[in-house]
Design a protein around this ligand. Structure first.
Ligand SMILES: Nc1ncnc2c1ncn2[C@@H]1O[C@H](COP(=O)(O)OP(=O)(O)OP(=O)(O)O)[C@@H](O)[C@H]1O
Length: 287
């Protein structure tokens, strides 16, 4: 029997009668990378929070490596699953390398010291995220993007089977956006990751799960999910999707010319109307 990294069946989460996630089902095969996409408020973080046990869903089941997540001890869960979040909590008086070393915790007993092997792991992870020169600097004094990369190095040191990332590219410049996602992919572990940049998601993920108002409205390869119609309906924008010249994956070009009131699902401008609107603004001198 094939055991998936993650299996989610019929997952729903309600909060005071408001339905945040509705009947979501998907699987993440081992070694693959799944991107969770969707507009602001679609439910991406809530879904990931259910996966790393921060939220208890109202109904449905979640298994990691074939085991129900609520059957795991905290320590065993931390050995299998690493999480990198958007917000970085304050880590006072800790160097970058000490923060990265925290990834070793689930593998160590209480009084076990960091050995030579561990130090090499930490060093290598810092190099992989381009932070070896910041190893002895206070973590709290790193820039937002450097903090994000340090947290990814900590997750690498944790050596999990499954990595959950909530918007890992948020603070990163374009080089590190590509580099970090390619690095995460190259680790050969199973990854689920929420991403706002659809082009980046298309280029780096095996499969995508598109959420809209808490529902899974598309799930499959980037080609299957990132169609003009589905992007228009989930994000309220008009675009053209062509194969990327290098990867052959979907490459999205957005059209401009939106009024705030037209950015709704019911009234998505067509490429033509968006282009006309942009042309009209230019002819009125306010382009
Ligand atoms: N603890 C909570 N209490 C009240 N509402 C919540 C809570 N958590 C999530 N929500 C609501 O659930 C919806 C989904 O939120 P979530 O953060 O999962 O969306 P998201 O897709 O990650 O959004 P974004 O792209 O803006 O980060 C939002 O409307 C949010 O306000």
């Amino acid at each position: 029997m094939i055991v998936n990294a993650i299996d989610v069946v019929g997952l729903s989460w309600q909060l005071e009668r408001q339905s945040i996630l509705s009947n979501i089902s998907f699987s993440l095969p081992k070694g693959q990378m799944l991107g969770v996409i969707g507009a602001n408020g679609a439910g991406k973080s809530s879904l990931l929070r259910c996966l790393y046990r921060y939220i208890e869903p109202t109904s449905g089941s979640i298994s990691v490596l074939g085991q129900d997540i609520h059957g795991y001890s905290s320590r065993a869960f931390a050995r299998d699953v690493a999480v990198v979040l958007q917000e970085t909590p304050a880590h006072f008086e800790m160097t970058t390398s000490q923060l990265v070393a925290m990834g070793l915790t689930p593998h160590k007993s209480w009084f076990e010291f960091t050995n030579q092997d561990d130090k090499q792991h930490i060093q290598r992870a810092l190099q992989q995220v381009g932070l070896e020169h910041k190893a002895n600097q206070d973590y709290d004094k790193l820039s937002g993007g450097e903090k994000q990369r340090a947290l990814i190095a900590r997750a690498i040191v944790q050596r999990p089977s499954v990595l959950i990332l909530d918007e890992p590219t948020n603070h990163l410049d374009v080089r590190y956006q590509i580099q970090i996602l390619e690095l995460v992919r190259s680790l050969g572990i199973s990854v689920i990751c929420s991403i706002h940049d659809l082009n980046l998601a298309a280029a780096t993920c095996d499969n995508l799960l598109l959420l809209h108002q808490g529902h899974c409205v598309a799930y499959g390869s980037p080609q299957e999910v990132l169609t003009q119609t589905q992007i228009a309906s989930a994000f309220g924008v008009s675009c053209e999707v062509q194969p990327h010249r290098q990867t052959g994956k979907p490459a999205i070009q957005y059209f401009y010319g939106y009024q705030p009131s037209s950015a709704t699902i019911k009234n998505v401008p067509t490429p033509k109307s968006a282009a006309i609107a942009a042309g009209q603004r230019r002819s009125h001198g306010d382009a």
